[in-house]
Design a protein around this ligand. Structure first.
Ligand SMILES: *[C@@H]1O[C@H](CO)[C@@H](O)[C@H](O)[C@H]1NC(C)=O
Ligand SMILES: *[C@@H]1O[C@H](CO)[C@@H](O)[C@H](O)[C@H]1NC(C)=O
Length: 584
């Protein structure tokens, strides 16, 4: 008790010291609940995002090849409810409609991804280029530009061509680097006159860990302890190669930028006075974002990763570390291959030190020696893993600033989901999430972090990977049960729109009124959705009533056809016998 009092007093002292040295807004640093009224720098870019497999549908149309997600989602038991992205939001057919939603929001940019197998069906450029696929992205890009919306284009949002998986083992194989580079080069050649922001990979952490270590994502491999490190190694090299391709062959003509989008949850020490917790939290972040960012900005893996994976590998009796190494030539080739850093951020964890024995072999999650905790008071409206902890966002951004030399940052993903059956368009929890997270980003900019743009995740409800359609991240609600896939604005559309038009948060009075107005409009949208759903349920019932008719018709064919045939055979037999008799 006494000790606790002493630490408390110390905290207060530190707080007071900080305050006295601070600028006017610095009080926000030690007061998590505080709200900062102010605006973003002029030219700050506001956007929303999507990805190909999650929204396009048309999975086997117009010459598209299969991706690992097409194949994975068609296997039973891999995705919640055995759902697939076969039709999803049908965005492949709805360019105009989606652009009108983007315009409604007054977005400056729209982030989407190009499906590799849609434009190169086998994944190998020399096999075949699918012009129909190119046409689709041409029309999307052109329509965006006609409406003054900047396209930000991701090259790899998890949909590897299946053939490359079957033939080479996907990202386990070093040959992916060249195939990916050829695909990227084709995109620069065909779209680069109009696209100026390129993201090589979206969240390579998930590709490596969930695709090759836990197997929760396509291709569903469980290569514990080695698969993720190897996949990540090739992805980092592929990223660097594509950056160099752009830098050497396209930059002078096209004047664009090439970056990568990394996922980064923040890790906060459980006890900020405990050195072990502080180090554990640092490890958590280094094994997460640092795994990719440190090679790209400094040329090699984080020291702490090399140490921990190396030591655990030795304890297992392995001759070399399970974490691959870069040659010195590779280190200098990879270092500095980032014109801007994309960050996808959703949540935060408390971290404490926890040692895992190496007896049963190593794995990514035990190599780190950390345990993750959450505060039960943190709001948790949707996805199980997604707790709203706005202050973690500012900490992560400041970490990135100091660790990687204050790079230009685009927030490429930030948002919150709601549970499946929720047809509630009055999403006040999402309004709250955006309001607070965007405010923490504003504070980070005041701290000196170079954030240039923000991408709300996501424009539409969509296929949420292994969670199927059970988690909804959209600003717009999509009625997936209706084959027309109609979109309905949630209240957060109105709220986000106002942040954009004010370029920030002008005053308390105004921001409060936005929230009020946003929730006013959503009840009419709710009624619209409810009416439409009633109508489609009625249509379904009609279909059910029709069903007995069709099954009756099936019965007719099933019984009548064989009966008639048998009769015919019998009759001809009798006729034959009659003929034979007459001959006699
Ligand atoms: C998914 O498919 C598996 C295997 O066929 C089946 O056991 C399971 O019940 C299915 N799940 C749903 C929700 O249909
Ligand atoms: C990579 O692909 C080649 C060609 O199919 C194959 O010979 C090699 O074994 C693969 N390497 C790995 C690590 O899978």
């Amino acid at each position: 008790m006494l000790l606790r009092c002493v630490t408390r007093t110390c905290h207060v002292l530190v707080l007071v010291l900080c305050l006295s040295a601070a600028e006017d807004f610095d009080w926000t640093k030690n007061n998590h609940g505080s709200f900062y009224y102010g605006t973003f720098p002029t030219g700050f870019s506001w956007g929303a995002g999507s990805s190909a497999y999650q929204t396009e549908g048309a999975w086997d149309q117009d010459g598209k090849g299969l991706s690992i997600w097409d194949v994975f989602s068609h296997k039973k038991g891999k995705v919640f409810f055995n759902d697939t992205g076969d039709s999803s939001c049908e965005s492949y057919y709805k360019v105009k409609e989606d652009i009108s939603l983007i315009k409604e929001l007054k977005l400056n940019h729209y982030r989407f991804s190009i499906s590799w197998p849609r434009i190169i069906p086998t994944g190998i450029k020399s096999d075949h280029v699918n012009e129909k696929g190119i046409e689709y992205y041409d029309s999307l890009i052109d329509s965006l530009l006609e409406n003054d919306i900047t396209p930000i284009v991701t090259l790899y949002h998890w949909d590897l061509p299946q053939l490359l998986q079957d033939k080479y083992g996907g990202w386990q194989n070093v040959s992916m680097i060249n195939y990916f580079n050829e695909f990227a080069n084709l995109c620069f050649e065909r779209f680069g006159n109009r696209v100026k922001y390129w993201i090589t990979f979206n969240n390579p952490w998930a590709v490596a860990v969930e695709g090759y270590e836990t197997g929760e994502h396509a291709p569903g491999l469980k290569l514990r302890g080695t698969g993720a490190y190897r996949a990540a190694h090739h992805i980092i090299k592929a990223h660097a190669k594509v950056w160099h391709t752009y830098d050497t062959h396209w930059r002078s003509k096209q004047n664009g930028m090439v970056g990568i989008s990394l996922a980064g949850d923040w890790g906060e020490p459980v006890d900020i006075t405990n050195q072990k917790d502080i180090e554990a939290a640092e490890r958590y972040v280094q094994f997460y974002m640092g795994w990719f960012a440190t090679p790209i900005f400094h040329g090699d893996y984080p020291q702490v990763m090399k140490e921990f994976v190396g030591r655990k590998s030795a304890q297992q009796g392995l001759g070399t570390s399970r974490l691959p190494t870069f040659s010195s030539q590779e280190r200098s080739y990879i270092k500095g291959t980032c014109d801007f850093l994309g960050i996808g951020h959703f949540t935060t964890r408390y971290i404490t030190q926890k040692s895992y024995p190496t007896g049963r072999g190593g794995a990514y999650f035990t190599d780190r020696d950390v345990a993750e905790l959450v505060d039960p008071r943190w709001p948790d409206p949707g996805s199980e893993w997604l707790y709203a902890v706005p202050w973690g966002f500012r900490r992560l951004l400041n970490f990135v600033k100091t660790q990687y030399g204050n790079p230009d940052i685009y927030i490429t993903e930030n948002g919150v989901s709601e549970k499946m059956m929720c047809t509630e368009l009055c999403d006040d929890w999402r309004i709250q999430y955006f309001k607070e997270y965007i405010n923490e980003m504003l504070k980070a900019i005041k701290d000196g972090v170079n954030v240039k743009g923000y991408t709300a995740w996501s424009l539409l409800d969509k296929f949420e990977w292994d969670e199927g359609y059970s988690e909804r991240f959209g600003l717009y609600y999509v009625d997936f049960r209706n084959h027309k896939k109609p979109r309905y604005p949630k209240a957060s559309v109105q709220f986000y729109k106002r942040i954009i038009s004010a370029n920030g948060f002008p005053s308390q009075r105004e921001v409060e009124s936005w929230k009020r107005k946003a929730t006013e409009t959503c009840s009419s949208s709710n009624q619209l959705l409810a009416a439409e759903q009633q109508r489609s349920t009625a249509a379904n019932i009609l279909r059910l009533i029709h069903d007995p008719l069709t099954s009756h018709m099936e019965m007719v064919t099933e019984i009548v056809v064989p009966t008639v045939c048998t009769l015919c055979i019998l009759l001809s037999a009798v006729f034959l016998m009659f003929l034979l008799r007459r001959r006699k």
